[in-house]
Design a protein around this ligand. Structure first.
Ligand code: FMN
Length: 347
């Protein structure tokens, strides 16, 4: 089951394992260009056997970054480095998507774009976007997607969850607008999906969507609303949200949300995520009916995790130490040999 191939529109993934986007802070500098370390990292991940690698959140403009050492695709000079990443992924038999991010009020811009004015953190004010600003931002997504296509990726994933800009438009707790973008909380995402698809001929365009945004019923409404425009839904958590799974459900709430969305949209390739950390977890998640499983931290611990669980070989496991690979811009992200799961595995 894990090793069954699957199609997403016109491409075939060789199995059901995807490596979800995971930023590597501090590996580049303020210019957002790909470094040798990034290329080595994606080479290791691609050699590990996953069918799909979704390259980390990549900023569509310098202002919209999450962190000042985040990769970007806001200028043409950045394409070459990403071409090397797409190439090493393809050379190792996987397909390559890249996640495009506008961090909104959860990034570094102190006067950040947001659906509605809102204080995000002490230093960050969300400033309600004018319609002209919304139009510019849609264009920024298009230009970044065109660069990703020129770099040789098979598709793009819009970052539409975890509280970043698109997620804030979806979420009624952060979108208080009274215009059409407030009346239809999915409108901004729909417009970006439509515009990117139209500009990038023959390119896969999907979205990472919060199943709980803020509630499951909202996430499901959003999924239905954008379904005709998206080639896949990579389902995760929303921003300010209430996530749950019924007692006894064998996987994470995010997988539960993905399962509910898949039931509603049987023809849509749906991904689920969170804590898939063993062969048994992988089988349980796929048994819910979702199409693809995202394996994040376990792939950082053991880049060969995908191949190992498919071949029933020993594998490294995330020990949930909440340390080395945690998403934490203030620390060196991603495990090196200090990761206890990796040390244990390698002994
Ligand atoms: C170091 C690190 C960086 C992450 N960066 C991103 C990112 O760029 N975009 C994103 O949508 N999620 C990001 N995430 C979340 C992961 O994609 C994934 O959803 C999460 O780790 C849960 O899956 P797991 O339990 O398999 O690790 C990151 C997680 C980690 C640990």
């Amino acid at each position: 089951m894990i090793s069954n191939a699957i199609e997403i529109r016109n491409i075939t993934l060789k199995n059901r394992i995807a490596i979800p986007p995971m930023v590597c802070f501090h590996w580049t500098d303020d210019n957002g260009y790909v470094t040798e370390k990034n290329i080595r990292h994606y080479t290791d991940l691609a050699r590990g056997g996953a069918g799909l690698i979704i390259v980390e959140a990549t900023a569509i403009t310098k202002r919209s970054r999450l962190h000042n050492t985040e990769l970007g695709l806001w200028e043409d000079g950045q394409i070459e480095g990403f071409r090397k990443i797409a190439d090493v992924i393809h050379e190792n038999g996987a397909k390559a998507f890249i996640q495009l991010l506008h961090a909104g009020g959860n990034g570094i811009d102190t006067q950040a774009d947001a659906p509605s004015s809102l204080k995000y953190r002490d230093s960050i004010n969300g400033v309600e976007m004018s319609k002209a600003r919304i139009d510019e931002t849609r264009e920024d997504f298009i230009q970044a997607a065109l660069r990703a296509q020129r770099a040789g990726f098979d598709g793009v994933e819009l970052h539409g969850c975890h509280g970043y800009l698109i997620s804030c438009f979806f979420n009624k707790r952060t979108n208080k607008r009274t215009d059409e973008y407030g009346q239809d909380k999915a409108l901004f995402a729909k417009e970006v999906l439509y515009a990117v698809k139209k500009a990038c001929d023959d390119f896969i365009v999907g979205i990472r969507l919060g199943a709980f945004e803020p509630l499951l019923e909202d996430g499901m409404n959003h999924a239905r609303s954008i379904a005709a425009l998206a080639d896949f839904l990579d389902v995760s958590y929303g921003g300010d949200c209430d996530a749950y799974a019924p007692g006894g459900f064998p996987c994470s709430p995010a997988v539960y949300g993905a399962m509910c969305i898949k039931k509603e949209l049987p023809d849509m390739p749906v991904f689920g995520v969170h804590n898939i950390n063993s062969r048994e977890d992988a089988i349980n998640a796929l048994n819910t009916g979702i199409d693809i499983i995202d394996v994040g931290k376990a792939s950082l611990v053991d880049p060969g995790f995908a191949g190992h669980i498919m071949n029933d070989e020993p594998y490294g496991q995330c020990l949930h130490c909440k340390n080395y690979c945690r998403w934490n811009p203030n620390e060196m992200a991603n495990p090196d040999l200090k990761c206890p799961g990796r040390v244990k595995f390698q002994k």
